[in-house]
Write a protein that binds this ligand. Structure first.
Ligand code: DSN
Length: 417
């Protein structure tokens, strides 16, 4: 990456970028919602398209000079349609939350009821949490997971739907490791005449490659981010049935956004091209294999995983038997070179700022070409830290092993840093 001008003009920002490159290279990042975009994606996102206003949609813009903006947005739309088999795609939402906002604003009125997975049980902020606009504007009803199995209780969803008659039912999660039965949820939505929205932000890459059942055939709306398992730039996207195309497009622009971020849309197009390749399918499969291996290896060390494993790219560790909070575990692991995040577990007794759990995901380590043997090693290192969070010599030994592992699986070796 050539940053000569930046280095000369703004050494403070340049140094922060260099340090971030080193951090991403020298630590093992297990944050389930992050990924390392390809250089092609970074180049497109760092391009002159950052200069361009293109309010409107391809061939229907409110500015001149949009002919090349039209090219990249059309590529992004067509590739996304092919990838997911969607009838209509809008690639302009700046984020997943804004994608969800556009669907709500297009279909609901303030005060309408929405039914989604509780944040405390693995749901998402924008699915009706009180401190978020979704919880402020709509009446939220939440379903949860079973205390024993850790699985979504679909019977509970049906009962809640029958009792409350929500206008919209949401599927999707940020900390749920098992297959989501989109078809079952769609049937429940049909029974109560509710819209069905599937937010596949976390699992989009798995869905695109057939490694998780797709909600696209059943859902009225499917929203996603493009930067998690999908490995693209940070951003959002909406897919919907053709009958809602006009309402969704109108709500994204001019409803809730102005100019689309054309440099991000160019990078989305690049990511979708990558996602259509056979190599990407193999990558997604390995993400799951690695997650399963890591979960098994952690459980072999006596570490409890919610629901007893994973079908996806992530798992949720229950620390209640370990005498360490999620927040302390996050800190201790980071000091040893393993970056992940604390996370509430279902029925958590501790507040969200502390938590009794940590969330682990394998998209980045798999992107670095690590496979099952490395997962066994990482599980061992995590276990050592959780057993000795305040023991400096133990943490130092883990840090040395992480350094060696990172060196063996470089990401940015040719960036001249
Ligand atoms: N904040 C993201 C996550 O970490 O899951 C979801 O938006």
């Amino acid at each position: 990456m050539n940053m000569n001008e930046l280095k000369k003009f703004d050494p403070e920002v340049y140094n922060a970028i260099v340090n971030e490159i080193k951090r991403e290279q020298n630590k093992i990042v297990l944050i389930a919602s992050e990924n390392y975009a390809s250089k092609a994606v970074l180049e497109a996102q760092g391009s002159v398209f950052t200069n361009k206003y293109a309010e409107g949609y391809p061939n229907r813009r409110y500015y001149g000079g949009c002919e090349y903006a039209d090219v990249v947005e059309s590529l992004a739309i067509n590739r996304a349609k092919e990838l997911f088999g969607a009838e209509h795609v809008n690639v302009q939402p700046h984020s997943g939350t804004q994608a969800n906002m556009a669907v709500y604003f297009a279909m609901l009125k303030p005060g309408d009821k929405i039914l989604g997975l509780s944040l405390n049980h693995g749901g998402h902020l924008s699915h009706g949490v009180q401190v978020n606009f979704s919880g402020m504007l709509y009446k939220t009803i939440s379903y949860g997971v079973d205390r024993e199995t850790g699985l979504i209780d679909y019977e509970e969803v049906r009962e809640l739907a029958m009792r409350h008659r929500p206008k919209l039912i949401l599927a999707g999660a940020s900390a749920y490791s098992r297959i989501i039965e989109f078809r079952v949820l769609s049937d429940i939505a049909k029974e109560v005449n509710a819209y069905f929205l599937a937010d596949i932000a976390h699992i989009a890459g798995l869905v695109a490659t057939g490694n998780h059942p797709s909600p696209v055939p059943y859902a009225d709306f499917v929203t996603t981010t493009t930067h998690k398992t999908l490995k693209g730039p940070r951003g959002g996207m909406i897919m919907c049935k053709a009958e809602y195309a006009r309402a969704i497009d109108k709500m994204v622009f001019p409803g809730i956004q102005g100019g689309p971020l054309m440099h991000v849309i160019a990078a989305k197009a690049v990511a979708f091209k990558d996602a259509l390749s056979p190599e990407f399918g193999r990558y997604q499969l390995q993400i799951i294999k690695n997650a399963k291996e890591l979960a098994d290896a952690l459980m072999n060390k006596g570490i409890k995983i919610i629901s007893g494993g994973t079908d996806t790219h992530l798992m949720l560790i229950d620390l209640t038997g370990k005498k360490i909070t999620g927040s302390d575990a996050e800190k201790a692991l980071d000091s040893a070179g393993i970056t992940l995040n604390k996370n509430s577990i279902p029925y958590d007794k501790l507040p969200a700022a502390i938590t009794s759990g940590i969330r682990i995901g394998t998209p980045i380590v798999t992107r670095r070409k690590m496979k099952e043997p490395e997962m066994v090693l990482i599980a061992d290192l995590i276990s050592r830290v959780l057993d000795n969070p305040e023991h400096s010599p133990a943490i130092n030994r883990v840090r040395e092993k992480i350094k060696a592992l990172c060196k063996k699986f470089p990401v940015y070796e040719d960036m001249g840093i």
